[in-house]
Every structure is written in C-alpha cells, then in structure tokens.
Design a binder for this molecule. Structure first.
Ligand SMILES: [Zn+2]
Length: 349
C-alpha cells in the first residue's frame, strides 16, 4: 500500500511515493513556477506527482491517498493555498492555488490532506525521530522561518490551519529591517536565509538598533566610512551575496563573524519565545540555514537559551529527517487520513 507525500515550497515542489513505514519507492521534483497564475502551480504539483508515480512504477490511482505540506496560507475548507510572500512577483496576490481537489481527482481518492509545510515537518519529526515525546516544535530556518507544533500529541492547527508563523514575531521593536509580510522587525527579516545578506549590509552601515547618523540618513560615502569599523571582503553591493557565503566566512571575515554572532543572539530571542509559548520537550530544527551550519546556528542557541526560559529547557537538535521532514510528514498524514485517525484527534487533527 503506497501513498503520496508532497512538499510545495517557494523554490521547489517535491513528491514521494512511500509506504506506511516511510520507505520511499519513487520520487520527483521540479522548480516551483514563479507565476503568472495559480493554475501553473497546481499543474506543476500534479506533474511532479505523476513523475514520482512513474518512477515508482505505480499508477496514480493505485495510491491510497496523499498528504501535502505547503508554503503559504492554508485554507483547509477549500483545500487551497494563498500565495506566499516568499514566492516571486509578490506584489500581485494571485487567486488561491487549488491543491486538494485536483490531487484527489488525479489519485481517484478523497484521502488528500493539506497542512502547512512546517506542521507537516513537525508530524514527520514526531513520528520518525521523536516518537517518545508528546510535545515537540519543528522549527525551520531556511528562506523563511516558521514552526510546526505538536502539543500533548496533537498538531496545533489554529483556527485555520496556519498556526506556527513564528518567523513573524517581533524581535526588534525598532524594526530596522522590513519583513516580506510588510511589517518590520520580525525574526524572519533578520535571520532567514533570504534576510541575512540584508542584515550584513545593515551592520556594515552601522544602522542596526535604530542608531542613525547625524543627518538621520546615510549615503554611499558614509557607507564606506562605516565599513572601516568592521572590515569585510564580502561583496556587500552584490545582490548575489548569500547567507551561505556569509556563514562560510564566519571566523575569518570580521563582518561575516559579526553577522553570524548577531544572528545567533536574535535566534536565542526567537527560540526563547517559541519555547516559552509551547514548552516542548524537543525543538527539532530544520531548513537549509540550520542544516548546512548546524554548529554555527545551534551551538549558540544551546549555550544561551536558558537565560530566556521560564519553562523546562528542551532538547534542541537538528532535524533527524533533514530535508525530508516535510515529505515524510506529508506521507504520514496521507496514511493517517486513510486510517481515519484524523477524525479521532490524531495526527491529522
Ligand atoms: Zn513578517
């Protein structure tokens, strides 16, 4: 008996075919289309699922169901996703992306479950890596920051399935950096992979913390002067500067070191808020920024987190499933849906 797991992200859409132990027998992936319509994303998802079925040598209609972990704002009533601010041409909100109905039609089953990607990740981590605990937070630090929460064995959905948007907690009341959501001072606007280059430019300009120069503004000459305070060989002017490059030079480049230190301080604040809110036994951390730099990202959190906590200090660990957490959680949801566990307050909620 096989089911489908789908991970729809801003960059890639991935699908696996697997059994109820999580063993994968086929997979496929593609770049997520960057607009111009919601339909092209729906079709991209269906194409990737068809490809994964082909690679598993199984007909789509032979699978028993599907779970989807998706970016964006989930609408569980309609089985659709509102376009995420992380996805390309963000200014014009597209109409919701249909996922559940088209996938149900392709697979010829009603057992199709939609969760946000971080909750799917939490379900995957809980089931496969930490089955012995009943309260767990899966925190992803990648192009964005978000969390999925399992509390007392149940997934925390919120009113509409979108609980866990912890990347939009304010960690800087002065709001130096704008967030993709339109507000300022959010955790994700400082510490996500997409934002760390902007934090580097901010620190190089000496502007963080609301300290302005005498004229209340800066120009390029002043930028050069400020850069002397923290020397750097990072190509700050290039829009191709990446978080990966900054982490790579931490310890050798003074500005890169400062940026990674500041990210660590802010991650301690963000993570402290999350842990105080949910009191998890485990925080499982995934996402490319954390998975590619486990010691630079997680060690400072482990060392400093206790100063922030009024609840028990949880185990803080890299995701055991790594980049597979969302796919495995989605697959798990598919089988839970088939088994009818969902109605009983189990992992489908
Ligand atoms: Zn935000």
């Amino acid at each position: 008996m096989y089911a489908v797991g789908v991970d729809l992200g801003a960059t890639n859409v991935r699908a696996v075919i697997g059994d109820d132990t999580g063993m994968i027998v086929g997979r496929a992936s593609a770049r997520t289309p960057q607009g111009p319509t919601a339909e092209v994303i729906t079709h991209a998802v269906l194409d990737v699922v068809r490809d994964a079925c082909r690679n598993a040598a199984i007909e789509p209609s032979s699978t028993v169901g599907a779970g989807i972990g998706s970016m964006g704002a989930i609408d569980r009533d309609t089985g659709t996703v509102g376009l995420s601010s992380n996805l390309g041409n963000g200014e014009e909100l597209l109409k919701p992306i249909s996922l559940v109905d088209p996938l149900a039609a392709l697979l010829e089953t009603d057992a199709v479950v939609l969760h946000n990607d971080t909750l799917a990740g939490a379900i995957g981590e809980h089931h496969h890596t930490h089955p012995d605990v009943d309260s767990l937070v899966y925190l992803t630090i990648s192009s964005g920051i978000g969390a999925g929460v399992i509390s007392s064995g149940r997934p925390v959905l919120g009113a509409d399935g979108n609980a866990g948007e912890v990347g939009h907690m304010t960690i800087d009341a002065d709001g130096c950096l704008p967030c993709g959501c339109g507000a300022a001072g959010h955790w994700e606007a400082y510490c996500s992979g997409n934002s760390i280059p902007a934090l580097a430019r901010l620190l190089a300009a000496g502007d963080e913390g609301g300290s302005e120069d005498e004229n209340g503004h800066k120009d390029e000459d002043e930028d050069e002067n400020e850069n002397r305070h923290t020397e750097t060989a990072l190509p700050l002017e290039s829009d191709k500067l990446t978080a990966a490059e900054i982490f790579e030079h931490a310890g050798s480049d003074p500005l890169a070191t400062r940026v990674v230190d500041r990210v660590a301080e802010l991650n301690v604040l963000g993570m402290g808020n999350v842990i105080n809110a949910y009191a998890p036994a485990v925080v499982s951390v995934g996402g490319a920024v954390a998975l590619n730099n486990p010691s630079l990202v997680l060690d400072p959190i482990r060392e400093q987190i206790e100063s922030q906590l009024v609840v028990q200090t949880p185990e803080i660990a890299c995701s055991g499933l790594g980049e597979e957490a969302v796919l495995q959680g989605a697959l798990r949801c598919a089988f839970a849906s088939v088994d009818g566990i969902g109605d009983g307050g189990g992992i489908d909620g």
